[in-house]
Design a protein around this ligand. Sequence first.
Ligand code: SF4
Length: 342
Amino acid sequence: MTPPDRNLDSEAKGVHCSLCPHRCLLKEGSTGLCGVRSARGGREFSLIGNRIAALAEDPVEKKPLYHFFPGSTLLSLGTLGCNLSCLFCQNHDLSFFSGKGSPQAVTGEALSAERLVKEALGCRAVGVAYTYNEPTVFADTFRECWGPAVKEAGLANVWVTNGYMTPETLSGVAPLIEAVNQDLKFFTDEAYHRWTGGSLDPVLKSLLMWREAGVWLEVTTLIIPGLNDSPLPFRQTARWIRENLGRETPWHLSRFFPRFRLDHIPPTPPETLSHLRGIALEEGLHHVYLGNVSDPEGEKTLCPECGRTLIERSGYRVHIQGLKKGRCAGCGALPAGRWERE
Ligand code: SF4
């Protein structure tokens, strides 16, 4: 006999989902906030299964990951749904798909673990990125199907995530993951709540847990005029990153463009990005990058010891000029990152 679901709430006639801090009560015929999880026969289940909505080859720099096998390719996949409701979502077709809330609306092409590995090897990718929508909402499929097969094939699993997950979800997937780019969208709980429907603490906790688990970690913040571009909280956050994640943690500051429900806000002025980058450098972070904007200084990787240019970038074009076998060609220092695959 199948044991009862440990998250069953008989009184409320539903099952609590434990994937993310919303801990939605799932009932038959309806979905949680992400739109892709429901309950059947008193048990939680994924409406996604192994169905995908997008599969494409991407440069690793697009994730963005700048210290993880630069110049390589990742096979990127996405499904449907998201557990946050960001009003500035850049991928809202997938995250807020039409019919969200209705189990019948979840569609997509089935992708077996074997085919995923074959496709990744076929395009000579260094690994598979779970991106385009939030992987937390399909963490079970990742853990039981795609993730182990990719790892066994000697490829890297990479998560591009909002970090809004429970510690049990993160502990369950981290042993399969080599690299993560996690968002840190806002610096206060109030802003997280207002603009994303989430909260700050679980996101910070996830950053700490990736670091403790030994996963390669880079952080991204989309800088939105008037929402998160004030210097003081930004400086405090830079300090938090330095003290808790380490000064060699790459931090990507991306330029906002009007999108979705914040299409009335103008693009971030490039000067704002440069100013904030200067603050983060003053606070002692070594690798602060600018994205969605042309800024050669904000795209370079410098040796943290001698200042020599290790890697130059222009968009997704990469020129590795000062790095030999993961060491600075000038002083021999070992900059933090995963540089060469064995
Ligand atoms: S993953 Fe979806 S269903 Fe589960 S708690 Fe989060 S929003 Fe709710």
